[in-house]
Design a protein. Structure first.
Ligand code: AMP
Length: 369
């Protein structure tokens, strides 16, 4: 097993890594940090939960220590993920004095302009808001030396390709590019060919995929049985539960039913304001809410270590979303449980998921007690 000490890192960052509680590099870190430290382009094929954020934050902090001005840009698909990336830089960059700022949609421009004026070394951004700032002249990307595209496949899925292309026109060509993606569909390969130079490809092997630590069960049922079964599972278990629904409306309705049954519950979806979303997530993290009901987009990058159970109240639209959802449990080394409810009308999604997994999910009878 490799150690952080063997990766040629500075004593300052090793101290911050230890303070973060990381004992040994995860596989993606062990593979991506050395080539990234030498300044080469890297493509990391890794899902959230594998430690990919620190896999790019650590080499960026090491390479930028001692330099002044804006030097790195990290593009991320969602506000939640951007905030988590910022937290990672805050934690690991303290000793090396590498600072980061975040610009994301849904929050006031003023404080972000202030943060940009403080000349951070790293800018973490969602594409739309960054373009706003660029167009208003609040920031220049002409000094960027390192670019990260995080969850690049998801950014493409969300239709950010044109914004990314526009942003890249502002970033110097002689830069290092690090690209992380859970999947490598053909559009990703095109993006990579267009913007990376002789990249080193690193991939985490199947044994360390978070999904392998999750035991997965499927409840075939009628759609009217979903809420009674959910309430019964909540009564029967302990620990934090993340519940996914297909729509915002269904998330609202379900959260009401769960609350009416006496559970402490919060909601996370795109119609809620940034501060409501943050309160929901912080409250869930702190244990003030036991249940969080979320939709897929809002749940990107939810990073709560001790979720013991993910429940797919509705099946997700794609197998990739399924993998992402169940990756919210069994974070770090713990194991977790993922239960999926499938009504007959969700047969197509179920077949796609099982094909992707390469095996059928274990069936259980839905018996609400
Ligand atoms: P990520 O894949 O970047 O979302 O990281 C998943 C979680 O793993 C985060 O909560 C990190 O704080 C944590 N983590 C990252 N690297 C390590 C490590 N080397 N050892 C233990 N935990 C880690």
């Amino acid at each position: 097993m490799s150690t952080f000490e063997s990766l040629n890192l500075s004593p300052e960052i090793l101290a911050d890594i230890r303070r973060a509680g990381f004992e040994a590099p995860t596989p993606i870190q062990a593979q991506a940090i050395p080539p990234a430290l030498t300044g080469g382009d890297v493509i990391g094929c890794a899902q959230t939960g594998t430690g990919k954020t620190a896999a790019f934050a650590i080499p960026i902090i090491e390479r930028l220590a001692g330099s002044a001005g804006l030097r790195a840009l990290v593009l991320a698909p969602t506000r939640e993920l951007a905030l988590q990336i910022q937290e990672c830089f805050d934690g690991l960059g303290a000793g090396r004095r590498v600072t980061a700022a975040t610009v994301i949609g849904g929050e006031a421009m003023g404080p972000q302009v202030e943060a940009l004026r403080r000349r951070p070394a790293v800018l973490v951004a969602t594409p739309g808001r960054l373009l706003d700032h660029l167009e208003r002249g609040n920031v220049s990307l002409g000094t960027i030396r390192i670019l990260v595209l995080d969850e690049a496949d998801r950014m493409l899925d969300m239709g950010f390709a044109p914004q990314i292309e526009r942003i890249l026109k502002h970033v110097p060509l002689d830069r290092q590019t690090l690209c992380f993606s859970a999947t490598m569909p053909p559009e990703m390969e095109r993006l990579v060919r267009g913007h990376l130079v002789r990249p080193v490809r690193v991939q985490v092997g199947p044994a360390s995929r978070p999904v392998d630590k999750v035991s997965q069960v499927l409840y075939p049922l009628h759609r009217d049985e979903k809420t009674p079964l959910l309430l019964s599972l909540l009564r029967g278990g302990r620990g934090k539960v993340l519940v996914f629904t297909r729509t915002k409306h269904r998330a609202d309705r379900l959260a009401r039913a769960v609350g009416d049954a006496g559970h402490r519950v919060a909601r996370l979806h795109a119609d809620r304001s940034q501060s409501e979303r943050r309160r929901a997530l912080d409250g869930f993290r702190a244990g003030q809410y036991r249940v969080l009901v979320a939709t897929d987009i809002a749940a990107r990058g939810i990073d709560v270590i001790d979720i013991s159970h993910v429940i797919n109240y509705d099946l997700p639209a794609t197998p990739e979303d399924y993998i992402h959802r169940i990756g919210r449990t069994a974070r770090a080394e713990a194991s977790g449980l993922a239960s999926s409810f499938a009504a007959p009308e969700e047969g197509d999604q179920l077949r796609a998921i099982e094909r992707h997994l390469g095996q059928p999910l274990r069936r259980e009878r839905a018996r609400a007690r």
